[in-house]
Write a protein that binds this ligand. Structure first.
Ligand code: TYD
Ligand code: MG
Length: 455
């Protein structure tokens, strides 16, 4: 029988130790060590897919002698994903995509796999059967005759398939289901994730094949498994959104081959995920009459300007403590804005329940929408509608001053494109002399804006 022994692994950084320790000597975290059984006398992953005698000898090389890679990216049909990755898929790159269950990770990557016409794609699934994947594929309006399915979890068997099939692209759904035969602990444990991820990465780097890994997330929203996993891969993408809304945002939190500022927006439909190339149009609800408690702001998601609708409802509090409820906007910031309205504008917010919502299930962290939130709150409080051709851009400081925001030109031109007539913004935003047809109202204080709006 093979010799077994157990090793302790740090949940945070993945370092191993022969005995349990309270504080990780590598990353300094407390109570992160967990015991796992390991034994190492079986066939390893590398020997399964490597050709014999093909062990490249490496030696140090001068940086000037390194040939400049005319880095050929693999073009993608999916323009949203291409943008997030920095303009196509880099050969040999490993992309980890995380997200809540049911958000659409498997759908997105199956769709990507089916969109390639000429590439041989291997879709490895440890979560669903072939028939389940086939059923999903039938809903998606793309077909790739060179897409192979493999429902296997052992990296040794996957390695054999790599050798036989020589795929051009690999999708692994999900890294938490893979297991390496040389480790006895269960799939999803730290040592298994560490081992199987490094197997996949080794394969990608040595053959130049791009690999997508799907990763589960934990209850608090971080990727399950050791933090090390995120360090090991080239790109980490986050697929987020509200499961009850149709919009999904793909965001990159780490990208060795591009910026992390770009986002991709999708809409989940009956036939898979649809790319949303003009998000502003759908995020603003179509209405003829102006309603109270609603206003529009131009925000930035990554580098993209986006017009969003902020909604507020202010009503007299019936219970002792007034309620403050915020959806898609920071609750602490909402409290701050209410305090400013109370103190600087004399509105009795302390007696009111206040509910704030960003339409479309979006979460916005950009403080540039503060002005619009305040406009919506006061509009609801006074029960006076705001003209739906006005757009608000500005951050509010603690003394009620309206501060400048970044990339104001982009925001204004997006508003102009969508037919807005007026923009309220900070007096301190330096505007280049442009031929914009919009009426620009510069304001310095919240009181001033309210005066302009509601008289
Ligand atoms: P899925 O890709 O299985 O999510 P994940 O892999 O992140 O857990 O997505 C499942 C959801 O997507 C499910 O609730 C059904 C929905 N869906 C559609 O609405 N339309 C479709 O065409 C497909 C394939 C799925
Ligand atoms: Mg899935």
């Amino acid at each position: 029988m093979a010799k077994t022994h157990s090793t302790f692994f740090c949940k945070n950084c993945g370092v191993s130790s022969a005995k349990w320790v309270g504080k990780c000597p590598a990353c300094g975290e407390w109570n992160t060590f967990m015991e796992e059984v390991v034994h190492k006398e079986k066939e390893d992953f590398k020997s399964t897919w490597k050709k014999e005698g093909h062990i490249a000898s490496r030696k140090p090389i001068l940086i000037n002698e390194v040939e400049k890679g005319n880095e050929q990216r693999i073009p993608l049909i999916d323009q949203e994903l291409a943008r997030v990755l920095g303009g196509g898929l880099v050969p040999g790159s490993v992309v980890l995509i995380g997200g809540e269950p049911g958000i659409g990770k498997s759908t997105l990557l199956l769709q990507v796999a089916l969109q390639f016409k000429d590439l041989k794609v291997l879709y490895i699934s440890g979560e669903e059967s072939e028939t389940q994947i086939k059923m999903r594929a039938e809903r998606i309006p793309f077909a790739n005759e060179n897409c192979f399915l493999f429902t296997e979890t052992s990296t040794q068997k996957i390695g054999k398939a790599f050798k036989e099939l020589q795929p051009d692209l690999v999708v692994v759904d999900s890294i938490q289901t893979l297991q390496s035969d040389i480790i006895d602990s269960t799939p999803g444990s730290i040592s298994q994730i560490k081992e199987t991820a490094s197997d996949m990465i080794r394969f990608a780097k040595e053959t130049g094949t791009p690999v997508f890994l799907i990763g589960h997330i934990t209850k608090d929203g971080t990727l399950a498994g050791p933090k090390l996993l995120e360090h090991m891969v080239d790109t980490v993408l986050q697929f987020e959104g509200d499961r009850h809304h149709v919009y999904r945002i793909l965001r990159s939190t780490k990208n060795r081959f591009g910026s992390t500022n770009e986002i991709g927006i999708y809409e989940m439909q009956q036939g898979g995920l649809r790319e949303v190339s003009n998000p502003s149009e759908i995020l603003i609800s179509q209405r003829d009459e102006a309603l109270s408690g609603v206003s529009i702001s131009a925000t930035l998601e990554g580098m993209r300007p986006l017009l969003i609708e902020t909604q507020a409802l202010v009503s007299a509090a019936v219970y002792g403590t007034p309620q403050r409820n915020s959806n898609g906007y920071d609750g602490k910031r909402l409290n701050m804005l209410l305090a400013i309205l109370e103190k600087k504008c004399g509105l009795r917010m302390g007696m009111q329940d206040v509910f704030v919502n960003i339409a479309g299930g979006l979460r916005v962290e950009d403080p540039g929408i503060d002005l619009s939130i305040v406009a919506s709150i006061v509009s609801s409080y006074e029960n006076l509608p705001i003209d739906n051709k006005i757009c608000f851009v500005g951050e509010i400081g603690l003394s009620g001053e309206i501060r400048a925001v970044s990339r104001i030109e982009q925001r204004i031109s997006e508003a102009e494109k969508l037919g807005f007539k007026t923009v309220y913004l900070s007096k301190f935003n330096k505007l280049p002399k442009s031929k914009s047809s919009l009426r620009i109202v510069e304001v310095a204080k919240v009181e001033e804006m309210l005066q302009f709006l509601f008289g």
